[in-house]
Write a protein of this length. Structure first.
Length: 94
């Protein structure tokens, strides 16, 4: 089912059923890239895009409050969390 005309690939829904999380292809940044984003299921519009470090890899959400992502530093993968509504990322693994 198509929800939006935006270049968005959904991964799942947040528990409230109103927002989808997934990847948005942002061609307005340099270089153009996929960015984690939230999309309104009701309006088909982006609600939030996340700015992750350039070396961030896979990411996912377990609730509507926190984004978890993988980042590689010096050849070591680490997991980080960042609040959806803004804040400082916290390292989960070392």
């Amino acid at each position: 089912m198509q929800v939006s005309d935006l270049p968005f690939q959904g991964s799942g829904f947040l528990p409230d059923g109103k927002l989808m999380f997934g990847s948005y292809f942002d061609d307005q940044v340099s270089p153009p890239r996929q960015r984690p984003a939230l999309l309104s299921f009701e309006t088909g519009q982006l609600v939030k895009m996340f700015d992750l470090p350039k070396k961030a890899g896979a990411w996912w959400m377990t609730d509507e409050h926190t984004l978890i992502y993988k980042e590689q530093r010096d050849g070591v993968d680490t997991l980080w969390t960042v609040p959806v509504h803004g804040g400082t990322p916290k390292q989960l693994t070392k």
